[in-house]
Design a protein around this ligand. Structure first.
Ligand code: SF4
Length: 258
């Protein structure tokens, strides 16, 4: 990691209660239980420097919007698109809090899980233009000091076409549940940010998302040996434990002409 890239806190710091499951393990359990098993056995669970640099974009929006040389930044879309998206985001009520969150990299420990929320937004409406497929009411909340705080998970990857990938949804719900436990109040919403794309998506903590979170919690707690491999899943292609797992992906098979 280069000197000017800050170390990134991870979810895996030892909790006071060893039964608490790390947010990142819940996300991995939702993605592939076997990947969760490998990650837990991995001695090096630090965040690579290039991932940290991408995630740091989420803390530099005003500078990125107003003149930074975007060609030199780790963004995943053309600079003009990136700036247009930031301009659109800046028109939304959530912008001041996103650009200047009340807290960042805040460690949370709830009843069942623990980890880092990358931002905590206080006293803000969560109006964004992203779709939320688990909502049964408008995707906005009351503004002002009485509004529930909003945990934000920052992802270095690409957003889903319309909503939020399930592992990130599980992680966002976990952060909301832990925050609710600590603050002793309902936390009805979270956000997932994709700073390489300048995209922010809302996550309403509804019935379906909560059920997925509970499934991941049961799965993560139940892992006591290597779970079965996924079969012919596109999830294996980008998996960092592919070699260890021994999965031969379709693209490898086609490269080998098999
Ligand atoms: S390669 Fe596929 S089956 Fe193996 S751990 Fe990764 S995602 Fe799971």
């Amino acid at each position: 990691m280069s000197d000017d890239v800050p170390a990134h806190p991870t979810d895996e710091q030892s909790p006071a209660d060893p039964d608490l499951v790390a947010f990142s393990d819940l996300a991995r359990a939702a993605y592939c239980p076997r990947q969760c098993y490998y990650a837990r056995a991995d001695d090096d669970r630090g965040v690579p420097s290039e991932v940290v640099e991408t995630m740091e974009l989420a803390h530099r929006y005003p500078a990125l919007r107003n003149g930074a040389d975007l060609d030199a930044e780790p963004i995943a879309v053309p600079p003009s698109t990136y700036r247009d998206r930031l301009d659109a985001l800046a028109d939304r009520p959530v912008w001041p809090a996103l650009a200047n969150p009340s807290e960042r990299d805040l460690y949370l420990a709830g009843k069942d899980c623990h980890g880092i929320t990358h931002k905590l937004l206080a006293g803000t409406a969560v109006g964004t233009d992203g779709a939320d497929d688990d909502h049964d009411e408008p995707n906005t909340a009351a503004d002002g000091p009485a509004a529930p705080p909003v945990p934000v998970i920052v992802s270095p990857g690409a957003p889903h076409e319309t909503g939020v990938w399930e592992p990130q949804s599980v992680r966002a719900v976990a952060a909301a549940k832990a925050l609710a436990w600590e603050r002793e109040r309902e936390i009805p919403r979270a956000l997932v940010e994709y700073p390489a794309h300048a995209v922010v998506r809302p996550v309403r903590i509804g019935v379906r998302r909560t059920a997925a979170y509970r499934r991941a919690l049961r799965t993560a707690r139940g892992i006591d040996g290597p779970p079965p491999r996924l079969r012919d899943s596109p999830r294996c292609e980008p998996c960092e434990y592919r070699e260890e797992c021994g999965i031969e992906t379709k693209s490898l098979r086609s490269r080998l002409g098999l």
